[in-house]
Design a protein around this ligand. Structure first.
Ligand SMILES: Nc1nc2c(c(=O)[nH]1)N[C@H]1C(S)=C(S)[C@@H](COP(=O)(O)O)O[C@H]1N2
Ligand SMILES: [Mo]
Length: 163
């Protein structure tokens, strides 16, 4: 009888604790930065929210809310804006996900002096937190035909010089 009670308590504990563990997920920003960052929900809340609308697999438009990726990179001291010239144009952002999936963006793809296309780090879709399989954080690339670089479950971002 006692054993059953212990098992029931452990089960209850895991059900209540797991959402907190997944919520606490962070993104490490490192590499060619002056200030390495650890991004979490509280950090994102301090930056201006931006929305990007994209068609999902269901063929319908969905509105993603997040922050402009370049704003995060600027806070980390990445060479964007006037500094994005010369050899700095050979830098790229490598984004990693918890399943090992990775994508890259040239820094110029993220800089508003090069493009009007918005790329955000999203934490909401249609006003709701991202689904557990997609979030808590996903890159959303405006107007890119294939969603392959809309990397889900982002865990790290690194800036590197091309080799
Ligand atoms: N972490 C992660 N993100 C990912 C992928 C992946 O395998 N892992 N696949 C990409 C590819 S190839 C596509 S087509 C889209 C699929 O997004 P959807 O499931 O919302 O249609 O997610 C992209 N983001
Ligand atoms: Mo894909």
């Amino acid at each position: 009888m006692k054993k059953h009670l212990i098992i029931a308590c452990l089960a209850l504990l895991s059900f209540t604790a797991i959402p907190f563990i997944t919520q606490a997920q962070t993104i490490k920003v490192s590499g060619e930065v002056t200030t390495p960052l650890t991004i979490d929900a509280a950090y994102l809340q301090k930056l201006a929210p931006t929305t990007v609308t994209r068609k999902d697999r269901d063929g319908k438009d969905h509105t993603y809310t997040g922050v402009i990726l370049a704003e995060i990179l600027k806070n980390a001291g990445v060479t964007l804006g006037p500094e994005l010239k010369g050899e700095n144009l050979t830098k790229y952002l490598q984004v990693e996900a918890s399943d090992g999936y990775q994508v890259i963006f040239a820094l110029a793809e993220l800089d508003k002096s090069f493009t009007d296309r918005t790329i955000i780090l999203a934490d909401k879709v249609d006003g709701q937190p991202l689904a557990p399989g997609d979030g808590p954080y996903r890159i959303i690339v405006q107007d890119e035909k294939k969603p392959a670089r809309c990397i889900k479950q982002v865990t790290a971002m690194q800036v590197h010089f091309v080799k």
